[in-house]
Design a protein around this ligand. Structure first.
Ligand code: CUK
Ligand code: CUA
Length: 650
């Protein structure tokens, strides 16, 4: 498919090149102007035309890849086709989303959102950072997607059968998270680590007690693939020093069983510019070195299962720091300076970190780390007694790349790509000879970058997307809040070529992962009529055709309703003021894209009824009056007639 497209592209380019070069071209587009004339008129260069040819998809053709991007503060996940960079879907995770009916009914989506209650409080936004596609043997398997909410230390589980959120979990031990979500190579665990340290038990402690009372943590959420849910009862947490743990990556291949976790503010600065005169930014970046945490999660799992020395804190099983030290679960590795990214190479042999305030990436050898642990080649211990491995003993190489290196991705051919935030560029360098190969400017100030199949053992090495923080002058001005700019880069050869700018009007996205489209196998309609997306099974409350009815029990009214083009049955619901009304809704549709909506005026209710879907809404009819309910999805020629009346008698 790709080869075919490449041949086509070469042929097309030859025609266009001829058209540009030739005095009179015979290649005329449907609108009359020749391709050459069009290119000249629009001032397009050869590079522009190749970029267009590499990204343009004629109608009906599908993308080769799908990118799952964090939706930043929207609390959502963006689904984008690559290379066309067309937005395909926005998956609601932490935030209600009306079109998908997420958070406007009473059924599964409400249960998912309720899982995200923070100490009993509704928090209806999320700061999503790092999506993680489920993996089997270190390869994306296309079954599930996980995403974190940094602001409230939450994790969401999304099924890639219907691209809907099934579960939201709050981690009570953490204030905020950042090393989340990342998965181990068979999705044994979903990793979530804290960012800003707090007392793990949720209690009050003054900042003067920072070193004694505040702690970091990393939780290994056990993923139950059959249930499609995280199982908190089989999950465990390691207590960590009160550094600000940052990004994580799981080892694979030879480093299987380990996870690597950057950190900063190992100074344990507590800020207070107003009294101390030392702001956090200065206090937390005073030292030349911070620590990469190397954690043996497989051994930690054994310690957890043995139960020895565990503590229960806020309902979570926690391995205390002293147990981690004595059991050899945790080691620290010096990393320069205010590090951010931590990325394991595809072969699992090396870990790449980058310090925001250091122009190098530092590359560590897993083998050397193991040797240093075995031989106790330590340069000391931190204030909590955690062994610090000798920097020189575990370092494989440092490569000077430029200003503000953050994150690294790989192409599977020995090439590594590091984002340079300050320099606003992507640096390509070699894992073989540790030299800088080339740089490409991006617009502007790149954060993460995402390579096709980039976190697997076998990255594809063709596409890279730069997730830029600033767009400045790239797009039509839309007021002072500018879009973010995703830039698609072709990395098949040298030099790298910038192909496409995609404005992102919700934000701010952080990380993304790109999976081969043919690894996804989503449902086109639900597998049967009366299917519950929440239970992922047939719904016992589903309503079949002919079984529609209204049942009253005291002041509770149960309505069993079906929807099919272009009517609801029943169409009249008459209740008394004060009744509690439950409406069980089943879509009898079986055709692709035959979606209905169900909205009731003035009741904050809207659900999406995809073909076969069974849903439920519930409300108290507390105001007498007449309330039309209608299908909120333009489903047919008689869509506007797909309506009914809720009559609430005084
Ligand atoms: S972070 Cu945003 S650019 Cu949350 Cu992964 Cu680095
Ligand atoms: Cu059903 Cu519109």
């Amino acid at each position: 498919m790709r080869a075919k497209r490449a041949i086509w592209a070469v042929a097309a380019f030859a025609v266009i090149a001829l058209a540009i070069a030739g005095p009179q071209s015979c290649t005329r587009g449907p609108a009359g102007a020749s391709v050459g004339e069009l290119a000249r008129e629009r001032g397009l260069s050869e590079a522009d035309i190749t970029a267009a040819l590499k990204t343009y998809l004629p109608t009906g053709q599908l993308d080769e890849y799908v990118m799952f991007s964090s939706g930043g503060h929207s609390g959502q996940v963006l689904v984008i086709g690559v290379p066309s960079m067309r937005l395909l879907k926005v998956i609601a995770a932490f935030t209600p989303e009306p079109w998908q009916g997420y958070g406007y009914g009473a059924g599964g989506t409400m249960e998912a959102l309720e899982g995200g209650l923070v100490n009993g409080k509704e928090v209806l936004w999320g700061d999503t950072h790092h999506p993680a596609i489920s993996e089997t043997d270190g390869e994306y398997d296309g079954q599930f997607l996980f995403i974190d909410d940094k602001a409230n230390a939450r994790v969401a589980v999304i099924s890639l059968k219907d691209f809907e959120t099934k579960q939201v979990l709050h981690n009570p031990l953490m204030g905020s998270d950042h090393g989340a979500t990342f998965v181990t190579p068979n999705t044994e665990y979903v990793i979530q680590s804290s960012q800003y340290a707090v007392p793990l038990d949720g209690s009050y402690a003054d900042l003067s007690e920072y070193q004694e009372r505040y702690r970091g943590a990393v939780t290994f959420w056990k993923f139950d693939r059959a249930a499609g849910r995280i199982d908190p009862s089989r999950s465990f947490t390691l207590e960590l020093p009160p550094y600000w743990q940052d990004l994580a990556d799981a080892g694979k291949g030879p480093s299987m069983g380990w996870v690597f976790l950057g950190s900063f503010n190992t100074e344990m600065a507590t800020g207070g510019i107003e009294t101390t005169g030392v702001p956090f930014e200065a206090g937390a970046s005073a030292n030349d070195m911070d620590y990469l945490h190397a954690i043996n999660w497989q051994r930690a799992e054994q310690v957890y299962q043995s139960g020895n020395g565990l503590r229960r804190i806020q309902g979570m099983s926690v391995i205390p720091l002293d147990v981690s030290i004595s059991e050899g679960l945790l080691y620290l590795i010096p990393e320069p300076k205010s590090p951010h990214g931590a990325d394991v190479t595809p072969d699992g042999r090396m870990i790449v970190t980058a310090g925001k305030l250091d122009p190098h990436v530092s590359v560590y050898s897993f083998e050397k780390i193991q040797d240093a642990i075995a031989n106790e080649t330590f340069s000391g211990r931190d204030p909590f007694g955690v062994a610090i491995l000798d920097f020189d003993a575990v370092l494989e190489a440092q490569v000077e790349l430029g200003l503000g290196p953050l994150h690294t991705q790989f192409d599977g051919r020995g090439g590594a790509y590091t984002s340079l935030f300050i320099e606003t560029a992507v640096a390509k360098w070699s894992l073989e000879d540790f030299t800088l190969k080339e740089k490409i400017g991006v617009h502007y100030n790149i954060g993460h970058l995402a390579a096709a199949e980039g976190d697997t053992r076998t990255p594809d090495g063709n596409y890279l997307v730069a997730l830029n923080k600033w767009s400045i002058d790239r797009f039509m001005p839309v007021g002072p809040l500018h879009p973010q700019n995703f830039q698609l880069i072709d990395v098949t050869g040298e030099p790298m070529q910038l192909l496409y700018d995609m404005p992102i009007g919700i934000g701010e996205p952080h990380y993304a992962q790109i999976i081969k489209a043919d690894k996804l196998d989503p449902w086109l309609v639900y597998p049967e009529v009366g299917f519950s997306p929440h239970a992922m099974a047939s719904d016992p409350n589903a309503v079949s055709s002919g079984e529609e009815r209204i049942e009253r029990n005291g002041n509770r009214v149960d309505v069993y309703m079906t929807a099919i083009r272009s009517h609801f049955t029943p169409e009249h619901i008459k209740v008394r003021q004060g009744d509690r009304v439950r409406i069980y809704l089943t879509s009898l549709e079986t055709i692709r894209d035959g979606t209905h909506g169900f909205a009731i005026d003035k009741h904050n209710i809207n659900v999406s009824l995809e073909p076969g879907e069974s849903e439920v809404v519930e409300f108290v009819a507390d105001q007498a009056g007449v309330y039309p309910f209608y299908c909120s999805e333009f489903c047919s020629a008689l869509h506007l007639e797909m309506v009914g009346y809720l009559l609430v008698e005084p």
